[in-house]
Design a binder for this molecule. Structure first.
Ligand SMILES: Cc1cc2nc3c(=O)[nH]c(=O)nc-3n(C[C@H](O)[C@H](O)[C@H](O)COP(=O)(O)OP(=O)(O)OC[C@H]3O[C@@H](n4cnc5c(N)ncnc54)[C@H](O)[C@@H]3O)c2cc1C
Length: 402
């Protein structure tokens, strides 16, 4: 039997037994959702040749981006606050899940603003990252006239340095707060996931399904996603809540010895990725096309909002909320991504040793998933030595694939 045929056969056998929850969810979905989801499930697994296409040489580096995840032990702040005669609904502090949860979180923030201000017609949104843009677009869809105030717009917001992976429970809150959030997180993740199903497949490849391979010499935990955070943590880093991220198709374990990878264990995980450059640009374009206004300005104190014409605001300033709203509970968690020149032929991701490769269309992303020293670290200067080290590791590993 040819190697590829063998993979396909064993993969189908494993997949058919390993997916009751996912299949049940498909069965529960409305006919319209079923039609949207079934055709986009990629086949899995592949052989090693497709992975070997990844070119992780230094000469391919197009940029190195460091930024901070805005983490709060108690989870994101999505709540209303009165500021003099104005209402501010906060929508910040999403840790490592801001892109993934943006639509669902912003939906909750908008609902709060509308509930507190019956007949709301105009809205000010502070911030133009994923949370600000989705807040603004949802408000427009609800018939509101919206102005975004922000000191920077994409591509100059820190979210542009993110990995771009569906990671809705990444550094969302600590374990102590897990139970408080479970229902609300689930609603947020569901709303966002459904929204992404409407976007996956649109021209421009803004959001896509892809297969990522996790390779290891030690067995994987029973459930362990492609971009799972490392087990190594900083001393002051908490245990994070782990919600049931079962929106994805089942993972497929390849039989030891029956795959071309240089590790004993290999697992295929299917997930969603955001091609952040075109995706953010499309969000901005959609906002402007719907008549949205943008005012570039930096606020140094919340009272500056009192001088604006709008009476109701959504505050989506991300890590900026720490200084602007004096919220000392916002903790910076540094992260760095290395962006390589695009390789359209690469459609699979790879996670092995310490590195992760995301096959993003706007440039392959390579990231060290095992770094320490990031918790409570606000340094957003790129570390080129680290960038080169992780690329070297990835290139050496890929060269070993048979
Ligand atoms: C390395 C790394 C990888 C990540 N990978 C992922 C991933 O794969 N998937 C995922 O879902 N999430 C990921 N994240 C997390 C995600 O990037 C964040 O949760 C997200 O950036 C938060 O977005 P935001 O809109 O709240 O903030 P931002 O994108 O930072 O936007 C804040 C906006 O507010 C404006 N602003 C701030 N302060 C002021 C002020 N004082 N006055 C005026 N305007 C102000 C800014 O100019 C900007 O427009 C990652 C984060 C990092 C660091």
């Amino acid at each position: 039997m040819k190697r590829r045929q063998f993979f396909m056969g064993s993969a189908l056998a494993l997949a058919s037994t390993a997916s009751p929850l996912f299949l049940r969810k498909l069965a529960d979905a409305s006919p319209q959702q079923k039609a949207a989801r079934l055709p986009i499930m990629p086949t899995c697994p592949t052989d090693g040749e497709a992975i070997k296409l990844i070119n992780a040489q230094m000469s391919r580096i197009a940029g190195v981006h460091a930024c901070t995840r805005p983490f709060r032990h108690a989870g994101p702040r999505i709540e209303a606050e009165l500021l003099g005669s104005k209402l501010v609904v906060h929508n910040y502090g999403h840790g490592g899940s801001g892109w993934s949860l943006s639509w669902g979180s912003s939906m909750q923030a908008l609902r709060m603003a509308q509930a507190a201000t019956p007949g709301l017609r105009t809205l000010g949104v502070i911030g133009c990252g994923p949370l600000g843009l989705t807040s603004a677009l949802l408000a427009q869809h609800a018939g509101l006239s919206v102005r975004i105030y922000a000191k920077a717009l994409p591509p100059n917001v820190s979210s542009m340095g993110a990995t771009g992976l569906w990671s809705p429970d990444s550094r969302f809150c600590d374990l102590q707060h897990e139970a408080d959030w479970a229902a609300r997180w689930n609603e947020m993740a569901r709303t966002s996931f459904d929204k992404y199903q409407q976007t996956a497949g649109l021209p421009g490849r803004l959001v896509e399904w892809f297969n990522g391979y996790k390779l290891s010499d030690t067995p994987f935990p029973v459930k362990d996603l492609y971009g799972s955070p490392p087990q190594t943590k900083d001393e002051d880093e908490p245990e994070y809540a782990r919600f049931a991220n079962d929106f994805l198709p089942p993972q497929i374990d390849l039989l030891p010895g029956g795959h071309p990878f240089p590790t004993r264990y290999a697992r295929c995980c299917t997930s969603l990725m955001f091609n952040i450059t075109p995706y953010a640009s499309k969000l901005v374009a959609d906002f402007l096309a719907a008549g949205g206004k943008v005012d570039i300005r930096a606020f140094n104190h919340p009272n500056e909002l009192l001088t604006l014409p709008e009476c109701t605001f959504i505050n989506a300033t991300g890590y900026g909320a720490k200084a602007l709203f004096n919220d000392e509970t916002v903790i910076p968690v540094r992260g760095q991504t290395v962006r390589l020149m695009p390789q359209p032929e690469v459609i699979h991701g790879l996670r092995a040793e310490q590195f992760l490769v995301m096959p993003r269309r706007d440039g392959l992303i390579v990231q060290n998933m095992d770094e320490t020293g990031n918790f409570n670290n606000s340094n957003d200067a790129p570390d080129l030595v680290e960038a080169k080290a992780i690329l070297e590791q990835a290139a050496t590993f890929i060269a070993r694939i048979g």
